[in-house]
Ligand binder design. Structure first.
Ligand code: SIN
Ligand code: FE
Length: 313
């Protein structure tokens, strides 16, 4: 086993299933060099399905930017999103001046999180692809959604319209809550245990299904068999209330205001139960760019099904 520093405010259940860990790292700035020992630990822990926590790495909002901390900015939606590739802001409702300020802040979060990953995970630099930045202004607790969109239930991330073709989903989060409220998560069992439980009930995709969905624009790109199974895990977990109940006694962790954390959300079972005001940046990484590709959900599912689940041609 790797040495992990499990944080003291992590509640462990009495008769406990094995759960993912929260591993603290001494990183307190968005730039500057980091020791190789920290880089190696970060890579190993992330790939083995732990959450990396930097308790003293706040994403700071200063002066007028603090006026962006209001729930109505998101217009009742879950996410304000920003695409660093084309500087497009979506889902925010405010006057043009406020929108311009918000866009600057989101662009800064995109830059900071990319710089952080480049120095913390230098091994990934060539493969890392930056996707959307999001700002979540809504309080999670008490929100009404369909079960499939209900992120208060344990799940691994997989999105119906955005197939990854096996690429990893790596996310950076920063809790910017101005009144000091933490963001409460639950983490669940390691990926392999989740897959062992839910894979048998997921049917094989019928021939031609992926092409049909692309043609009908249900998906933005061609869904692979890997995406089919990942979506099956996501839905299977969320729909199974007995399973949710069986893990409801443990795995709770509150990410403090002022903290930043990094997690492979396609691998780590997670649920967000409570909290308001978080910035998030999504990255994708090809499995081949990992230090140990065998730890990826793709390879785990391929071992389990004894099949190739993405087109490598
Ligand atoms: C999620 O990815 O399920 C939600 C995480 C969060 O907003 O804290
Ligand atoms: Fe999620």
């Amino acid at each position: 086993m790797i040495a992990t520093e499990t944080s003291p405010n992590r509640a462990q259940p009495a008769a406990s299933p094995v759960l993912s860990d929260i591993v603290s790292l001494p990183v307190d700035s968005w730039s500057g060099p980091l020791p190789v020992s920290v880089q190696e630990k970060a890579t190993a822990c992330l790939e083995r399905g732990h959450v990396l926590l930097m308790p003293d790495l706040p994403f700071e909002l200063a002066g007028q930017e603090r006026e962006l901390l209001r729930p109505d900015l998101g217009g009742g939606g879950k996410n304000i999103s920003y695409d660093p590739r084309n500087q497009r802001l979506r889902g925010a409702e405010a006057d043009p001046e406020t929108l311009a300020l918000l866009q600057d802040v989101m662009a800064r979060y995109a830059e900071h999180s990319l710089a952080l990953l480049r120095r913390l995970l230098p091994h990934y630099t060539d493969g890392l692809r930056q996707a959307r930045t999001s700002y979540r202004t809504a309080e999670i607790a008490g929100r009404e959604t369909s079960w499939r969109k209900d992120d208060t239930r344990l799940h691994v991330d997989s999105f119906p319209s955005s197939p990854t073709q096996g690429e990893r989903i790596l996310r950076v989060f920063s809790n910017v809550n101005p009144s000091g409220a933490g963001r409460l998560w639950r983490v669940g069992e390691p990926f392999e245990a989740v897959a062992r439980r839910f894979m048998p009930a997921i049917g094989r995709p019928f021939a031609g299904k992926h092409r049909l969905m692309r043609a009908l624009r249900v998906t933005k790109a061609l869904r692979s068999d890997y995406d089919h199974y990942m979506l099956g895990l996501h839905d299977g977990m969320k729909a199974d209330l007995g399973y949710q109940q069986s893990l409801s006694q443990g795995g709770l962790f509150e990410f403090p205001a002022g903290a930043t954390w990094i997690v492979y959300t396609d691998q780590v079972s997670h649920a967000a139960l409570k909290g308001q005001y978080v910035f998030e940046q999504t990255f994708h990484l090809p499995v081949a760019a990992m230090h140990d590709p065998e730890e990826s959900p793709l390879r785990t599912l391929e071992r389990m099904t004894a099949r190739t689940l993405v087109d490598r041609g």
